[in-house]
Design a protein around this ligand. Sequence first.
Ligand code: NBP
Length: 479
Amino acid sequence: ATANIGVVGLAVMGSNLARNLASREGNTVAVYNRSREKTDTLIAEHPEAGFIPTYDYTEFAAALTKPRTAIIMVKAGTGTDAVINELVNVFEPGDIIVDGGNALFTDTIRREKAVRETGINFVGAGISGGEEGALHGPSIMPGGSDESWVTLGPILKSIAAVAEGEPCVTHVGHDGAGHFVKMVHNGIEYADMQLIAEAYDLIRRGTGKSPAEIADVFAEWNTGELESYLIEITAEVLRQVDGETGKPLVDVILDQAGAKGTGAWTVQTALSLGVPVSGIAEATFARSLSSHPEQRAVAAELPGPQEAFQVDDVDAFIEDVRLALFASKIVAYSQGFDEIRAGAAEYGWNIDLGAIAKIWRAGCIIRAQFLNRLSDAYAATPDLPVLMTAPYFVEVFERAQAAWRRVVVAAAQAGIPSPAFSSSLAYFDGIRADRLPAALVQGQRDFFGAHTYKRIDKPGTFHTLWSGDRTEIEAEDTH
Ligand code: NBP
């Protein structure tokens, strides 16, 4: 045995991750894929990597030094379970199986529990950054035991992206913590992308600027506080001209957004944890809405505003949209971190939120300058209950809120859908409100279901005899 690490699954992600591992000092990488061709192709195309090819699980296990460490990069779901079953048969107690696929965190919790009974360590690791990240340095979010982190930590640090000298990997927490955080990362990515798309739409329809001109706007924004990978690639996409028609590429792409499910997982999980991730939810629903052409064709008959949308001061409007985007983005991240906090509490994970912000600074899709501000906020106040109340963000809201409101008003009047902008503003106004109409909802619930309510002026739980003489009685707390 000569390999210190192995990779199972050599499609795009696995082969790139294997090449990344092999390029680092001290690593020898054993590789295995279910169908032989992918292994043979990888070996033929990358002799420099010094891979050890293997063609069955026994050979794979024999190629690895102990404790054996293998990273699985196969299609998430039944493929992952199939590979784990095979590896458990050929591995020994103390060995480490890492699932680097996009597993649902509850699957990871289940798998970790089952594999642990064999004495083998199982680590669910979220890996972000797509194929480029896998090859040059992803952001890595591993869960699993402390014991496995001892062996795995140095290996993952060697291949992770680097932000300001620090590797973008941290031991997130036990069992499914890594995949949970990766899931929320993807949810935030949905929100960030939708917000950028809404900003583009408003500018285009409000100012008549061409996609190439709007590309310049985004490129300019990318030199300031909005600097991020997503803003950068947005400029590139908007500037792209279709080779066939000569039109802006964005105008020939079908306007139906796909999704692989991680946004929906983030929202479903948030719903069950009772965490309002409205920006992420709206972004996920916006993709769903776009993907029903039959409904959209029928609904195209519905009336919209009579007047055409035209802004008077183009530069001022663009600056308003920039501020609205920044404010909404802070809300989306604040909501995402809220979900991580709630998940950690529910599943008993000790997650360092500041460390999460740091490992997202490079290698992943949501990498952004402003993540430093998030980690600063948590460094100053580790148990910050609402991320967006950190002083830096309060300053942004002071600067941005008037513009944000103008943009949401303009969008509503012009009939331009901006679900992420407007729901983020509604969340902002909701969470900062002194009094919410939730009091009335409690009254309604008590009326029809005797669900009881609490009072602002004394302890206890109360019910009004709505169908009787409407006096108030003390009641059992039934929520
Ligand atoms: P795919 O998700 O397309 O999966 C293809 C790989 O899974 C092939 O190696 C295939 O082997 C293997 N596989 C399947 Br399918 N069923 C198997 C089974 N029962 N036993 C063994 N192997 C099986 O590959 P990918 O796009 O490279 O993604 C890998 C993982 O990384 C996924 O979980 C994905 O969600 C995650 N991820 C992807 C990205 C991205 O940008 N693509 C980013 C981050 C994370 P075969 O060659 O024999 O069919």
